[in-house]
Design a protein around this ligand. Structure first.
Ligand code: SF4
Length: 436
């Protein structure tokens, strides 16, 4: 590092899609010779990549802007909350620039304007896979941007626009670069993964000179050829999911689906205007597991959506047990500014929302413990994430990083290595194993 290199402080908040946006911006800046620093004091300028999904995320984003303005003073704001420039500008008129999500060009232009790029950009210091915020052995891969749905609790389509799928050749090329750089697990992210290519009417594209249709099944098939784990997030229960089930595992794509059902009662799903809202979630999971009995399902749910009755909530509880939801995240309904759901009648009182969340999580803990106990005695591969004094920490096909439980493993292994283990014990969310 040379002292003349301008220094950027970077704070990234929000979901994995925001992480990918942050990685693209950081990669561009590093390629141009900017360096990133960990403290406000050392930074010539600070970029805040915000989230605006729910009210608590908005508060966290505004707090981050506030902290950067106080500590440094030269601040650029980007990300989902950047779409509400007036709100930010009203509170922080001194902010240098505000851009919306997925707008690397505008962020880079703002950096150039307020912190001119260095003359000697050290291009060869940037690794070909770009700057990544994840550990070197796994990486998020964004396959599309935006969403064509209008779920009543969500404002993402108004922030990020309609679905735009990346060309399949570009996705595969990026994935190959990641694998060459040592990535052993690719986490596919988007707003709506199983809709991949729908915006292009599934036109034919090219992957390494081969003509391939831009569809969910072809995407899975192409990524499955890479020889690393591929994990699918944000999958909706469209008919296209059945096309990929026979490919799971055989092609290296894990038999794990992250399906954000958000609820299980048909009336609530339709009131939410969920994608495939007329599909019955339980029938859907039963059909999938009749093809892949070992399929692990992760899902997220909202409790206390306006009008949700006690009986409808009980349907959700029953569903979690009957469907055998392996991993679960849940939120209480939160009225986001600009969301259509705010106008719905019969809001559920906050105390009831909180109580339902607690009941759901307690219920899920028992379901999770029972499902994990079934794995004791089995063998499986575990990707090592960390080594500690107490042993190895890793994950199998059934656990995504950061959001699911982990494996505690006794035996030898290195970070990024895949080891074969025998499961010896389990608790509510984690598993215990020895290298076999
Ligand atoms: S599918 Fe629904 S919740 Fe997901 S981004 Fe689109 S509108 Fe929002």
């Amino acid at each position: 590092m040379r002292p003349t290199e301008p220094a950027i402080g970077f704070v990234s908040l929000g979901c994995p899609k925001a992480v990918v946006d942050a990685e693209h911006i950081l990669t561009r800046l590093r390629a141009e010779g900017y360096r990133t620093v960990g403290g406000y004091d050392e930074a010539d300028l600070v970029i805040i990549n915000t989230c605006g999904f729910i009210d608590s995320a908005v508060t966290e984003s505004l707090d981050a802007i506030d902290e950067a303005v106080q500590a440094n003073g030269r601040v650029i704001v980007t990300g989902c909350l950047g779409s509400r420039a007036d709100t930010i500008r009203a509170r922080y008129p001194q902010v240098l620039a505000i851009t919306g999500p997925h707008d690397d060009q505008a962020v880079i232009a703002a950096v150039h304007r307020h912190l001119p790029r260095p003359h000697d950009p050290f291009l060869d210091l940037v690794p070909p896979q770009g700057i990544r915020l994840t550990p070197t052995h796994y990486a998020y891969l964004k396959i599309s941007e935006g969403c064509n749905h209008r779920c009543r609790f969500c404002i993402i389509p108004s922030l990020r626009g309609p679905l735009v799928s990346r060309p399949l050749g570009d996705i595969v090329q990026e994935a190959e670069t990641l694998v060459r750089a040592g990535v052993r697990e690719i986490l596919v992210v988007s707003q709506d993964t199983s809709a991949y290519g729908a915006d292009t009417k599934h036109r034919v594209g090219f992957v390494g000179g081969r003509a391939v249709r831009m569809s969910f099944a072809e995407l899975v098939r192409e990524l499955g050829r890479l020889g690393v784990w591929v994990r699918l997030h944000y999958v909706y229960p469209y008919p296209s999911v059945e096309d990929i089930l026979p490919l799971l595992d055989i092609e290296g794509v894990l038999p794990y689906l992250d399906v954000p059902f958000q609820h299980a009662h048909p009336r609530v799903l339709q009131a939410m205007l969920r994608p495939a809202g007329r599909v019955h979630p339980l029938a859907c999971i039963k059909a999938w597991r009749s093809i892949r009995p070992d399929l692990v399902i992760r899902s997220t749910f909202i409790v206390g959506f306006p009008g949700e009755t006690e009986e409808e909530f009980t349907t959700l509880l029953d569903f979690v047990a009957d469907a055998g939801i392996d991993r679960l995240g849940a939120f209480t309904y939160s009225p986001v500014e600009g969301a259509a759901a705010n106008a719905l009648a019969d809001p559920v009182p906050e105390a009831v929302r909180e109580e339902r969340l607690e009941r759901l999580m307690t219920h899920q803990a028992a379901v999770s413990a029972a499902r994990l106990a079934r794995r004791v005695g089995q063998t499986c591969d575990v990707l090592i994430d960390a080594t500690t004094d107490q042993g190895l920490i890793g994950r199998s096909y059934a656990e995504a990083p950061d959001i699911d439980g982990v494996f505690h493993v006794q035996g030898k292994g290195r970070v990024g290595e895949r080891v074969r283990v025998r499961v010896t014990d389990s608790d509510t969310h984690d598993l215990f194993a020895v290298v076999s």
